[in-house]
Design a protein around this ligand. Structure first.
Ligand SMILES: [Cu+2]
Length: 161
C-alpha cells in the first residue's frame, strides 16, 4: 500500500470518532455548577465555575453539575437572536454547542437569588452587547453581571487592539 493510501485510510478510519457536524478544531469547554460551603463570600457558595468564558463558534460547553441540583437557563434579553434557548434542569452532564456569535447570559433557577449567574461570549460580543437587557435579573444579578460585562469589555478591547 502506498503512503498516500495509508494516510487516506487512516483519515477515513478516524473520521467516525469526530463529533458529527462539528469542525475538527472545535473545542469542548467545561462549566461546572457547584455548591461550595467553604466559599469566602455568600454569593460564591452557589456558582458556575467558571462564571465567565469566551469561546469560539462551533465550540461546546459541557455543563457538569457536579454538586447539588441546578439548572442552566438562558436569560431572556441576554441571548443572541437566532440562538436556541438553553434550558437544562437537574441533569448530571449536558453538552451544548454554540454556533451563533454573541453574548449569552445564564442563571440557575434554583440559586439565581444567591447570585448563581454566568456570562459566555461566543466569537464576538458585537451581535447583542449594546442590547443586553437586565430587566429579568435581580439586583444581585445586575451587580454580578456588571462585573462580568466589565471583564468582557476588557477582553474585547484586548482582542480588537
Ligand atoms: Cu444552582
Amino acid at each position: 500500500m502506498s503512503l498516500k493510501r495509508t494516510i487516506l485510510g487512516l483519515a477515513l478510519s478516524l473520521a467516525p470518532l469526530l463529533p458529527a457536524g462539528q469542525p475538527v478544531w472545535a473545542e469542548v469547554h467545561e462549566v461546572d455548577q457547584v455548591i461550595d460551603l467553604a466559599a469566602m463570600t455568600p454569593e460564591e457558595v452557589y456558582r458556575f465555575e467558571p462564571n465567565y468564558l469566551w469561546i469560539e463558534p462551533g465550540d461546546s460547553i459541557n455543563f457538569l453539575n457536579s454538586t447539588g441540583n441546578h439548572t442552566v437557563t438562558a436569560i431572556e434579553g441576554m441571548w443572541p437572536e437566532g440562538a436556541d434557548f438553553v434550558n437544562i434542569e437537574h441533569q448530571p452532564l449536558a453538552e451544548v454547542t454554540f454556533d451563533v456569535p454573541g453574548v449569552y447570559g445564564f442563571r440557575c433557577k434554583v440559586h439565581g437569588r444567591h447570585g448563581m449567574y454566568a456570562l459566555v461570549v461566543v466569537g464576538s460580543p458585537e451581535a447583542n452587547m449594546e442590547r443586553l437587557e437586565l430587566t429579568k435579573v435581580s439586583a444581585l444579578g445586575k451587580r454580578i453581571f456588571a462585573g462580568l460585562i466589565e471583564t468582557m469589555n476588557e477582553d474585547w478591547a484586548k482582542r480588537t487592539e
